[in-house]
Design a protein around this ligand. Structure first.
Ligand SMILES: *[C@@H]1O[C@H](CO)[C@@H](O)[C@H](O)[C@H]1NC(C)=O
Ligand SMILES: *[C@@H]1O[C@H](CO)[C@@H](O)[C@H](O)[C@H]1NC(C)=O
Ligand SMILES: *[C@@H]1O[C@H](CO)[C@@H](O)[C@H](O)[C@H]1NC(C)=O
Length: 259
């Protein structure tokens, strides 16, 4: 009895021990899907180091929170790409470059560094420019951003600054990609020279055209006359003499009447 009890115990123990690695294996593989839960932009940049100024802007404008919420939400299924300028990009800016901005403008500046889709390095060469950022309007004088890549360089242009991207992302997740960009991307809307209001000259020109249309019509007979003059000098000579003689008669008559 005692022996068979021991045998049962040993078998049980053996079963538990052999099962244990399976259970541990399952436990070890279970956290694997967990990295799919995206890291926060704050965590990524904090870990990367040298991004304190951009992190401060992300916090003060509450864009870090926005980004985290967007990544959680199903609406941004396309994910996000962030272009992060390191601290030396900020120190390279002229003094007061950022201080002159309102809170809304600071938000736009930060949003200009965020694109509402995941752009792995392989896609950087096929970007259709201008690329729309979260700052919005890509029209002239607004928030256009161009990316050109040739396999070696990845250039970013705002019209105000030309920068380069480090083609190897700081972080590449399913729904978030973070690149380091060597300059703060200053958008035209905030730092570019004011453009002449584009829509205004168009109506002015069409008015001019409308005005010139009747003028041109009125001028047309004169032009024809001029052309006709050279064409038929003799005819004009005859007409000229005829008209001139009538004037002479009228003047003579007027003078005679006056006397
Ligand atoms: C990127 O900019 C550099 C320097 O201006 C230039 O030599 C290079 O041709 C550019 N490459 C692309 C793909 O635009
Ligand atoms: C960006 O690309 C568009 C389309 O190619 C072009 O019209 C525009 O001039 C470019 N702007 C800059 C700043 O490179
Ligand atoms: C950016 O690069 C373009 C093309 O190389 C050049 O024409 C332009 O002057 C540059 N702009 C700045 C601000 O450096």
């Amino acid at each position: 009895m005692a022996a068979s009890h021991l045998a049962v115990l040993l078998m049980f123990a053996a079963a538990v021990l052999s099962a244990a690695p399976v259970a541990r294996g399952q436990a070890a593989s279970a956290p694997a899907p967990a990295p799919a839960a995206p890291k926060t932009i704050t965590a990524i940049l904090t870990k990367a180091g040298q991004f304190t100024k951009f992190l401060q802007l992300l916090q003060s404008t509450r864009e870090a929170e926005q980004i985290t919420n967007q990544l959680k939400g199903k609406s941004s299924s396309g994910g996000l790409t962030v272009f992060a300028p390191p601290d030396n990009a900020f120190t390279a800016l002229p003094v007061g470059t950022l201080n002159s901005l309102s809170d809304q403008q600071k938000t736009s500046l930060v949003q200009f560094h965020v694109v509402s889709m995941v752009m792995p390095a392989s896609q950087l060469e096929t970007v259709s420019n201008p690329l729309r950022t979260q700052a919005g309007d890509t029209g002239p004088g607004k928030y256009p951003l161009n990316i050109t890549a040739d396999g070696t360089n990845v250039n970013v242009s705002t019209g105000v600054v030309n920068a380069t991207l480090d083609g190897t992302p700081l972080y590449a997740g399913d729904r978030l990609v973070v690149y380091q960009v060597n300059k703060v991307l200053l958008p035209w809307a905030l730092y570019g020279p004011a453009l002449p209001p584009a829509p205004a000259p168009a109506p002015a020109e069409s008015k001019k055209k409308k005005k010139t249309a009747p003028d041109a019509a009125a001028d047309a007979p004169a032009a024809d006359t001029a052309a006709g003059t050279t064409a038929s000098e003799a005819a004009r000579g005859v007409r000229g003499v005829g008209a001139g003689s009538w004037v002479a008669v009228a003047v003579a008559a007027a003078m005679w009447w006056a006397m």
